[in-house]
Ligand binder design. Structure first.
Ligand code: SF4
Ligand code: FES
Length: 252
């Protein structure tokens, strides 16, 4: 017997442009399969809107498998929605039940201006990366696996930090709209490796200074960022960023 779909009430943020005031609009999502992804559900709502000559809801997405960090939506007040350590594109409708109301909004932060509907400009995170989120040392060809010794503890911690996909959910969840978790993840994954060591002082100063210039707030240890991060980045990386910054200042 075919499964009976759910009927849901969606309250979606609609905003025509960056300068428009924007407001929540209500839509009915009918006969939604619990096996659909959240974005597939929105695709169907958009199909219905297009059929009736209305503007579809604009939202960002790309990989739809949790690796590009594009799908930035606050669902019922939680960046990436009600499931643990996943992105919106990995969220399934089985997390909701028939008759539910779902509120869908864009990331909210002064540094992430809304472009249209649920789409925000996250270029500020790119500029933090451009400030020094890389190594410029020539590392040659692919080295032998064990040519540069790295302790297992450091290699694992670096790999964990490198899992950050730059989605910006940490900013959206933080009461200060701080990008500290993102910036700290990018700084620590290089600072923990020998390849990142020669430029670690200039890197941390450049990236932290850029973060402030972009208008993000500072961290005051609420840990909301860690709670919503789809990749489980630990706030211990923020402590490491602070230590790196203090060392860089001390040594000029
Ligand atoms: S730290 Fe987590 S929440 Fe923040 S940008 Fe990286 S993956 Fe997204
Ligand atoms: S669409 Fe790529 S992480 Fe969601």
């Amino acid at each position: 017997m075919a499964a009976i779909g759910m009927n849901l009430k969606l309250y979606v943020w609609r905003q025509k442009s960056a300068t428009d005031k924007g407001k929540l609009e209500q839509y009915d999502a009918k006969n939604v399969s619990p096996d659909m992804s959240f974005l597939e559900m929105l695709d169907e709502v958009n199909e219905d809107l297009i059929k009736t000559g209305k503007e579809p809801i604009v939202f960002d997405h790309d990989c739809r498998e949790g690796i590009c960090g594009m799908c930035s939506q606050v669902i019922n007040g939680i960046p990436h929605g009600p499931d643990d350590q996943i992105t919106v594109c990995q969220l399934h409708m089985r997390k909701f039940k028939d008759g539910d109301s779902i509120f869908i909004e864009p990331w909210r932060s002064r540094a992430f201006p809304v472009l249209k509907d649920l789409q925000v400009d996250r270029g500020a995170l790119d500029r933090i990366m451009q400030a020094y989120g890389y190594t410029s040392a020539h590392t040659g060809g692919v080295p032998d696996g064990n040519a540069i010794p790295v302790s297992k503890v450091d290699a694992d911690a670096s790999m964990d930090a490198a899992a950050c996909i730059g989605c910006g959910a940490c900013v959206a969840a933080c009461p200060n709209a701080s990008a500290s978790l993102f910036t700290a993840a990018k700084i620590s994954h290089l600072a923990l490796l020998p390849q990142g060591a020669p430029e670690r002082a200039i890197r941390v100063r450049s990236m932290v200074d850029q973060m402030s210039e972009e208008g993000f707030g500072d961290c005051s240890n609420h840990a909301e960022c860690e709670a919503v991060c789809p990749k489980g980045i630990s706030i211990s990386s923020i402590a490491m960023m602070r230590r790196e910054y203090a060392k860089a200042l001390r040594h000029g």
